[in-house]
Ligand binder design. Sequence first.
Ligand code: COA
Length: 257
Amino acid sequence: MTTTMTGIEAAEAEGILTLRINRPDKKNALTPAMYEGLTAGLRRADQDQGIRAVIITGGDACFTAGNDLQDFLQTPPLGEESPVMQFLLTISETRTPIVAAVNGVAVGVGTTMLLHCDLVVAAEDALFQMPFVNLGLCAEAASTLLMPQLMGQRRAAELLLLGERFSPRQGVAVGLVNRVVPAYEVATVARQLAVALAAQPPDALQLTKRLLKAANSSAVRETILAEGRHFAELLRRPEAKEALSAFLEHRPPDFSR
Ligand code: COA
């Protein structure tokens, strides 16, 4: 069964729900409606006992270029009820195991959402980047908490303060990526992992996922909300307006004034 929401395709087979981000002309940049589609899919997975694993993918070309930057300028997300915040809170609390299948670019939330997935498969030529500071913004999705825990303060600082691109091999080295495979094998390997998860006894699997996250869960929620408040404030400031306008106008940003 396949259902299509705005920019998100949801397909269910053999106990696995695949959520595919599908907006290729904009590098799968996420709009509020797309966050709502992802959130709805994740909630459905937790409510339907027949769904034993979720795959999040952007297809063969691109995972996602992150939040739609035009939307950031025109309709900045506000508060806990905004679609992006609801998505981040939901993915961080989803009980069903999640496998991410990453081809192409995974920028911004394209990288930070991986912190909330259980297994990550990436193509050899995938590219990761968290350019929040570069855009006059701060990190989100509890990445300021989870990245230092995952890789240490020093490496987290490098990735978040400089906002440079990094490779899947570096992703493995910092603990963000499980498997790096040729691009054409990403979907197959992600599916194999999801099938293996779906074959596990579901109560033991979900309990173990919950226990793995238990020590952190309230801190993750509080950090997502705190980062979100700063993020919303920064979006109104001149630095972000200049960085976002520069991207949309195909020019380098000028922070000298
Ligand atoms: N929001 C809105 N539109 C985006 C976008 C985003 N996050 N990322 C890409 N697009 C659009 C481009 O504006 C372009 O649209 P156009 O054809 O109408 O001009 C189209 O997608 C293709 O992007 P382009 O930049 O030409 O592709 P590329 O392969 O050269 O580069 C990226 C791909 C992802 C590296 C580059 O688009 C990029 O850096 N995007 C911004 C990523 C970002 O900062 N995300 C937010 C983090 S918080």
